[in-house]
Design a protein around this ligand. Structure first.
Ligand code: Q9C
Ligand code: ZN
Length: 350
């Protein structure tokens, strides 16, 4: 197994996120990845490698994100500082949104004011952006692309061990701690590498809204997500069971929402349903957005999985018998994230 490690991840290090009227300390912190690396040093289940510099990364990014959004991300920090030079001391967070477009506000005259532009491209105020965010997210996407290429080259398992995570990022928006949808980059790269059908099995606590949206009208990429019920859980506005895909993509999206408080037995039954859907689709490769925030000790989530359960999850994923790319998504019990992540990887090896 190859584990592509994002050596630039720590350049993205948010201070605070807005939560219910207060700024609270960020949950998505560099120490998360350090804990995984520490555990990999104790249990070396795969080869830690880095993506090479010659990957066609910009082309791969444009396959899943709009050009204007990528341009926005690339310039966001300098635009934020240009808005007010003292902004250099603060993370960028949006505070105004064009939501009212539904009620007659105009979208045909995009604002020049960067605070307003931030609101055009971000769906929450929990995703701080700073000087190194773009470099970190870009290198993470390179890890996802390299992992896909490793699998295309015959590797059975490859992981993008990266942060910031990606599965909430859509074609033209950021949010949920995510900027670039690494799982979508990997799935699309597998398609572009010649595979006809690719399945995505998202096991993060939160619905993979970005990945679902990117592939919603397509029949060549099946998206399946097991997650907290959006009626009570983030991201709230997508992830319901009746979202089955649209147009050519109808029947190629499956959501399995579960109530807050769900334990492993019920979660495991949903995984069987998800895996049956994956098998029925007969894909040539699998992408697993691997969130470990289903853990009982997660500070912002509501499922009750235990560390040993992640070994079983790894074994189940391996039993699908598919070349598989994994991307690290959520998991905010940082001190347990190493053990839980490496348990999945150990489970993959049988
Ligand atoms: N104060 C991922 O797991 N809202 N994103 C949390 C807690 C945002 C999670 C509020 C959760 C985003 C990749
Ligand atoms: Zn999550």
């Amino acid at each position: 197994m190859k584990i592509f490690h994002n050596t630039r991840h720590a350049e993205h290090s948010g201070r605070q996120e807005m939560f219910r009227g207060r700024l609270v300390d960020c949950h998505e912190v560099p120490q998360r990845l350090q804990h995984v690396l520490d555990e990999l040093a104790r249990r070396p289940v795969g080869a830690l490698v880095q993506p090479t510099a010659d990957l066609p990364l910009d082309a791969a990014l444009r396959q899943v994100h709009s050009a204007d959004y990528l341009d926005f991300l690339a310039r966001a920090w300098s635009d934020w500082v240009a808005l007010d030079p003292t902004n250099a001391e603060r993370d960028a967070l949006p505070s105004v949104w064009p939501l009212a477009a539904k009620h007659g506000f105009r979208t045909d005259a995009p604002p020049l004011n960067f605070a307003a532009r931030l609101g055009q491209y971000a769906f929450d105020s929990g995703t701080p952006l700073m000087a190194g965010s773009w470099a970190a997210a870009r290198e993470g996407a390179a890890c996802a692309l390299a992992a896909a290429q490793a699998v295309l080259g015959g590797e059975r398992f490859a992981m993008a061990l990266t942060r910031p995570p990606g599965h909430h990022a859509g074609p033209n928006y950021m949010g949920g701690y995510c900027f670039i949808n690494n799982a979508a980059v990997a799935a699309q790269a597998l398609r572009d590498g010649g595979l006809q059908r690719v399945a995505v099995l998202d096991v993060d606590y939160h619905h993979g809204n970005g990945t679902q949206t990117i592939f919603y009208e397509r029949s060549d990429v099946l998206t399946v997500s097991i997650h907290g019920d959006p009626r009570t859980e983030y991201p709230f506005f997508l992830g319901h069971a009746d979202e089955r895909g649209h147009g050519a993509g109808e029947g190629f999206n499956l959501n399995l929402p579960l109530p807050r408080g769900t334990g492993f037995e019920v979660w495991w039954a949903a995984l069987q349903t998800a895996m049956q859907a994956v098998s029925d689709f007969a894909p040539q490769a699998l992408v697993v957005p691997l969130g470990l925030d289903t853990f009982e000790g997660d500070p912002i989530s509501g499922f009750k999985l235990r560390s040993a359960d992640y070994l079983q999850i790894g074994r189940a994923i391996a039993a699908l018998g598919l070349p598989t790319v994994l991307t690290l998504e959520g998991g905010y019990a940082a001190a347990d994230l190493g053990v839980n992540t490496v348990n999945v990887l150990e489970g993959l090896r049988g």
